[in-house]
Design a protein around this ligand. Sequence first.
Ligand code: ZN
Length: 342
Amino acid sequence: MQAPAQLEDLRRMSARVGNNILLVQGAGGNSSIKHDDVLWVKASGTWLADAERKEIFVPVSLSAARAALAQGHERVPLSPHAIATLRASIETSLHALMPHPVVLHVHSVNTIAWAVRTDARNELANRLDGLAWHRLDYFHPGLPLAHAVNAVIAQNAIDVLILGNHGLVVGAADCEAAEALVHEVEKRLAMPPRRAAPVDEQALRKICTGTDYRMPADLLCHNIATDSFSRAIATGGSLYPDHVVFLGPGLPILGEGKDLAAVAAPAGANGLCPPVAALIAGLGAVIRKDASSGAEAMLTCLALVTCRLPLNAEIAYLSIENEQALLNWDAEHYRRQLTAHR
Ligand SMILES: [Zn+2]
């Protein structure tokens, strides 16, 4: 299938966005362009950061994608001429229904810091004043989210969608404008990060000795455990879908006098899988030795989001039903697997 010239723009823009940890972490986020009746959209489980090195975009028939949404079908088949073994993104329907030539969805940390709050609607409105924006509540990714967005854009011309407990979607005429709009929203929503106490790496390493855990690659992750407010937020529940998918629900915390081996009983001992990551109060975060780079990125994301939330913020967490729906979803098993093999 002949790729349109704009696909090169999309590759360059997606790689830039995907390499910015403040915008995208791991396999999160996705982008697309529309050309005639073809939607070129990121394949599920691929990383935007790889957009210039690998073939991460797949062609989908735009009319078929819109028809699938109308009929309530979750998966959108690839274009008949596509030479690809990948699946189109979970969010393909969302990209197809937006009228803009370019759609960009990111998990930008400043937007998420606002999108998990229940007490900030007025300030959010002030900061985004003048943009064609709308804030949605949380919807399960894929079809439920696409239907909710469909209902909103049927009423108004919207370029900026703040997805509750999830992230940001922008639509624009071209790649440059889409990228600029993401940066504009992030600038308006910018929150200063709190600095955390220094980390006692030696003490953490000692705790990890003889266990399946190690230090995370990014030192910033320790802030979740050393900043008492970040720690309270992180252990209160799950804030957004990719956290649940890659780290599991919430984040366990190691209490005083408990050792790591007890928190991380091997799979089967209690019928549960050992947690991917855990916090050690006041000391830092640890992550399983076999954790994927996607899980590492998600721990960094949590650090970046929690340290931006003000101390008095009222937080809305995902419900247990929301978490279960994400964990039992075949589309997410597939995405996790691909990310582990990146
Ligand atoms: Zn997303």
